[in-house]
Design a protein around this ligand. Sequence first.
Ligand code: NIG
Ligand code: FE
Length: 428
Amino acid sequence: MNFVLDKIGKLATLKGAVQKKGRNINYEDLSIINDACLVVGGGPGKKSKILWAGARSELPSTFKKFKKISAQGRMVLPGFVDSHTHLIFAGDRSNEFEMRLAGRTYQEIARLGGGITNSVKATRDLSAAELYKVALRRVESFLNQGVTTIEVKSGYGLSFESEKKCLEVSAKLKKSRATILSTFLGAHAVAEEFKGRKSQYIREISQNWLPKFHNLCDFVDIFLDEGYFNQEDARALFQSAQKLGIPTKIHADELVLTGGTEIAVEFSSLSADHLLKISDKEVNLLASHEVTATLLPITAFFLKTKYAPARKLLDQGARVALASDFNPGTSPCQDISLVGTLSALEMGMRIEEIVVGLSLNGAYALGLQKTKGALIEGYDSDFFVVDGENPAKLFYEFGSGRPPVKVFSSGEWLDESYATRMNLMEKK
Ligand code: NIG
Ligand code: FE
């Protein structure tokens, strides 16, 4: 489908942010064009790209014959990239929420046999078809909010068959209208079957499972933290990933400072995520390396812990991405606006840093910075149209559940016919 999205009041292209590789972002780096238009080319079957973005008065004559769709003076932003979710899980953990309200900590609940293990039981019990249904509903909820690229982790299977089931559900989600990236997180916790044999479990997943999952995952991740895995485990897993040419990501220094950030730098991981407990040393490491620092403020909010040192990271020049961490234990929330609101109010981030954190820098965390997270020529045409003129409005109206007016993803507008089609697909 070729068309011109015309009469855009404010078009945030993020061209400046692209030039600065997502670091040291100022408001000007949103590169907002007033009274703009966006030319989209391609469509179903053919990759839809931005052919041109600029002021209406400068639209090249070659595009003047394209069909025009009016944005009616609204604002247009790049589709958001949620670079860290665990959206494939069954059941819920509201009982653990109550335990926490009664004074138990997240780690205590895990030691009592709850936590990740709890969700693993429910996920193993659910059929692939049912799991796909719940996961697709979650993808649609993100899409409706303008999140057009979503990373999806496994990690609630923890047996070869169940991890395979989760990765296959992810593979099926790739047929949805969101761009889905799939991460193997077999190293989320030690599986029951390997209780007391952590090293053996790591060896098993690194040497036996990973080569077989090679075509099912885009990334490999590990939960390196107290009570879970350590640096030695991460090295064993990441060495196998490197041999297979699979890029790595890491849950780093979330509960306790345990060296995850160091491992991310050692292995040139795409991102180090969480970082709630990092010190100045890790801040400097991230500022001076390519690894993207991914912050997940809903998790800090929900765990009632100190937020990640966002201001320090940003002021030192680190590239900071923001994501939901949507999962049943520490962030049972899919509201992408809340990620921004907490980033502003609790981490002192500026609106422009939040917009870039949720788009271009999320793309960096997935190695997609050349095609996602900005609206410049050659980039994928993923974007959303919202009321108003001020990007701050997106995070000011937090929790309002008000979706963008329109979302364009993978070559088509998201609309009712799309939802209907997906429902039809579900029944098959
Ligand atoms: O990102 N840290 C590891 N994984 C999740 C929590 C998993 C769970 O509690 O189910 C997180 O916080
Ligand atoms: Fe996580």
